[in-house]
Design a binder for this molecule. Structure first.
Ligand SMILES: Cc1ncc(COP(=O)(O)O)c(C=O)c1O
Length: 365
């Protein structure tokens, strides 16, 4: 039986067990000290002033938009190629997401399409840094300044990925991260918002905890504003703190895997591996590529127990956001070719080389 080569594989280490045991022993498994410790670590790592842990990356995006008082009647620009969570977070505020086409060179949001989509109702742009590859933040920042709109970054796939000397997620007024199982570090579910704005920091804390700035008794608390329960837990924070012990090893491995693919598969007809500026600090969470015969390749690799992940269908094709293909020529053309190659940091060099060998063999035939 051939070994299964996963496209992704979460890994739990003994550190997590020890942190979790401490939390269990304390009896205080809800949000508390451990969560604050985890938030401070994340803020420090990202060179951000504040970090607020949330129940998921989707909720990190929702709370970010809500903290900016974005709601019914407002428009938020998002790329047509992203995980549907980006659009759903906008919908949760009551605002409308305005889908824009992507840059065919990167599959990331096309700044030219952003500018064309701006109306009087536009309040924010959500650039999405797919697989850790940075959207063009230089131009997007200029557009946001010109039209006085906010940037909320969807950096759910870009933890510690740098773009032009700055961490993705720290370009916008707010930046959002996910710790779901297929990310560099996971807490099962979980998310984080980072910001340098103190007022928004406190607003986020209120919003995620029933309108209270700080945890109260649950009884005679003052609830200054409308809020919800989107808190994190100390148990999740314990897992996150444990995962951080492996961080540098994981980031190194992600870069090594990408480099093997890039070296082995560049100048091979039929496949284009997207470029990641590893020297500049970008972290390829996953290696992604365009393959004209994608579905056939995915099937072929599966015969060898090799698992790839096909890209999302464009948001405009999903029932809640249905629009005509004609408005999105690039995402419509390219999403059926886009694939994530096996990128688990548990893969050995030989396994990645085997995937490359088989891809080459398939493309030659
Ligand atoms: C681009 C993108 N946005 C948003 C999310 C949502 O994060 P979560 O699954 O933690 O809600 C994800 C995560 O999986 C993602 O990949």
């Amino acid at each position: 039986m051939k070994k299964y080569i996963h496209w992704w594989q979460p890994q739990i280490t003994p550190h997590e067990y020890s942190y979790v045991k401490n939390v269990l022993d304390s009896g205080f498994i809800n949000e508390g000290d451990m969560t604050e410790k985890f938030e401070r670590k994340i803020a420090l790592l990202l060179h951000s002033k504040y970090a607020v842990a949330t129940s998921s990356g989707t909720i990190a995006l929702f709370l970010s938009l809500a903290s900016l008082e974005i709601g019914p009647g407002d428009e938020v620009i998002i790329p047509d190629i992203t995980f549907i969570a980006t659009a759903n977070a906008v919908s949760l505020t009551g605002a409308n997401s305005v889908l824009v086409d992507i840059d065919p060179e990167s599959l990331l949001v096309d700044p030219k399409s952003i500018e064309k989509a701006i109306t009087k109702k536009t309040r924010a742009i959500i650039p999405v840094h797919i697989s850790g590859r940075g959207a063009n933040m230089t131009v997007i920042k200029k557009i946001a300044q010109k039209y006085h709109i906010f940037i909320v970054e969807d950096a759910c796939e870009a933890f510690l990925s740098m773009y032009h000397g700055r961490f993705l997620g720290t370009y916008g007024t707010l930046g959002c991260f996910s710790f779901s199982p297929n990310k560099t570090i996971t807490t099962g579910q979980g998310g984080m918002v980072v910001t340098d704005d103190e007022r928004l920091y406190w607003r986020l804390k209120e919003l995620k905890d029933q309108g209270r700035k700080t945890g109260g008794t649950g009884g005679n608390d003052h609830h200054n504003s409308l809020g919800y329960n989107f808190k994190f837990t100390n148990l999740q924070a314990a897992v996150g703190l444990g995962q951080l012990h492996s961080l540098s090893k994981r980031l190194k491995r992600q870069k090594e895997i990408y480099q093997i693919y890039k070296t082995q598969l560049s100048n091979i007809g039929g496949i284009k591996v997207f470029s990641c500026d590893v020297e500049g600090g970008e972290i390829p969470l996953w290696t992604d590529a365009l393959v004209r015969q994608r579905d056939k390749l995915v099937k072929y690799l599966l015969q060898y127990n090799i698992d790839c992940r096909k890209f999302w269908f464009p948001i405009h094709t999903q029932i809640p956001y249905k629009l005509s293909d004609q408005r999105f020529p690039q995402s419509t053309r390219l999403s059926p070719q886009a694939v994530w190659l096996p990128s688990a940091f548990t893969l050995t060099d030989d396994e990645v080389l085997l995937v490359c060998h088989l891809i080459k063999k398939f493309l030659k035939a």
